[in-house]
Design a protein around this ligand. Structure first.
Ligand SMILES: [Zn+2]
Length: 393
């Protein structure tokens, strides 16, 4: 599920963090649940203060879980786009796919292992705190934090994609068979089953308890089911595209804008006479660094004048919008499905210089053609027969 408008929260270990507005609901829910759990341990004011702090500590634990995935990924050469906090917790957005089963397994296990470790730390702290104040709110908050972290680790290890346990299943099957796509499809099918089961359990809980406590489980199950469906769809697409690379469908040697240009230079160049809507922006070494669309020159809050540098108007390229020329096309499409805001992918040579561009339309065309059993790009198809059937007059 793509999460768009987010509030930036800075960087940790070089990884961008952001929060979607729905994360506020999560903090509120955690506070409310914890305050109910702490009832009777202290005065109302102290309970609410402990509940807010406990909820924020839990959010920090969720972030630590995601950071663990992202840091292990970065160590194995996988670029990390960002970490987002939202209604159902956190999500690490990776810009590359793991290249081997062992990396896949390590990235997947890092999160639940961190949650377990945090659970153990919170339990130990609770044990120390219990010596001084056995029934106090601090001890109770620490026990709650420890329990939730352990539950999180166990829940995330349920064996279906897109949960961490699903990634573990994929990695293990991939390692055994050597066939990543089949492993991915199996993990997604198990994910569909897990999602449906959780939705059904949530529904049963509503029926049995006559309250809406099961609604959250239903929502979670439904989200997992939908996410597993799109994973299965993507696995099918990757299978059809086989080892077609992004370089095969790109537009080579595209017209690029130099980052140092002024608006006047841009408008005076021959770029104005092309039919393109978006242009890649390259630095002095020819490396793509940003994209410029006509709409960027019309931004209402920026005073666009002829001497303004193009680099001040262009939008920086996200890691997911840069792909090596030999990168599998299926991976690039998977990323754009997950991030519909990507309007151009800059394809680069191994030395980092711009080799070509691929637009969202090019990707959609490749998807449609592959679904019909045609080669992803028209020029890689065999020559048409000498005589084509013409209209019958
Ligand atoms: Zn995880």
């Amino acid at each position: 599920m793509p999460i768009r408008s987010t509030i930036p929260l800075g960087r940790v270990a070089g990884i961008r963090l952001g929060a979607h507005w729905s994360a506020v609901v999560t903090v509120g829910l955690f506070t409310w649940v914890l305050a109910a759990y702490l009832r009777g341990t202290a005065s109302t004011g102290i309970i609410w203060a402990a509940a807010v702090l406990g909820a924020l500590a839990l959010i920090a634990c969720l972030l630590a879980h995601e950071l663990a995935h992202s840091i292990v990924a970065t160590r194995h050469g996988i670029r990390v786009e960002r970490i987002v906090l939202w209604l159902l917790g956190g999500a690490s957005e990776l810009a590359d796919e793991p290249r081997d089963a062992r990396t896949d397994l390590r990235v997947a296990l890092a999160g639940p292992a961190t949650s377990l470790l945090l659970g153990a730390v919170a339990f130990s702290a609770a044990a120390v705190s219990a010596v001084f104040s056995p029934g106090g709110p601090v001890t109770a908050t620490l026990i709650w934090l420890a329990t939730v972290n352990v539950v999180l680790a166990v829940f995330n290890m349920l064996p279906g994609a897109p949960l961490d346990g699903g990634r573990v299943v994929r990695a293990l099957l991939w390692r055994r068979s050597g066939d990543r796509l089949r492993a991915e499809a199996t993990a997604a099918r198990v994910g569909q089953f897990v999602g449906m089961t959780l939705t059904a359990l949530g529904f049963a809980e509503i029926l049995a308890s006559h309250n809406f406590g099961g609604l959250w489980l239903m929502l979670l199950g439904w989200f997992l089911y939908t996410a597993a469906n799109s994973e299965l769809m993507l696995a099918g697409l990757r299978h059809r595209l086989g080892d077609t690379t992004i370089g095969e469908i790109m537009t080579s040697d595209p017209i690029a804008v130099a980052a140092g240009w002024t608006v006047e230079q841009f408008l005076g160049s021959n770029l104005v006479y092309t039919h393109h809507r978006v242009f890649p922006v390259v630095d002095a070494d020819g490396r793509p660094c940003a994209v410029l669309a006509w709409a960027d020159l019309l931004r209402p809050r920026t005073r666009v004048h002829p001497g303004l540098r193009v680099s001040e108007l262009a939008r920086p390229l996200r890691p997911a919008a840069i792909a090596g020329i030999d990168a599998p096309l299926g991976d690039a499409i998977a990323r754009t499905v997950l991030r519909p805001s990507l309007d151009i992918i800059a394809v680069v040579h191994p030395n980092g210089r711009l080799a070509g561009v691929v637009t969202a339309t090019d990707l959609a065309l490749a998807c449609d053609r592959s679904a019909l059993g045609l080669p992803a790009h028209p020029t890689s198809a065999p020559a048409p027969p000498a005589t084509l059937p013409g209209p019958q007059l």
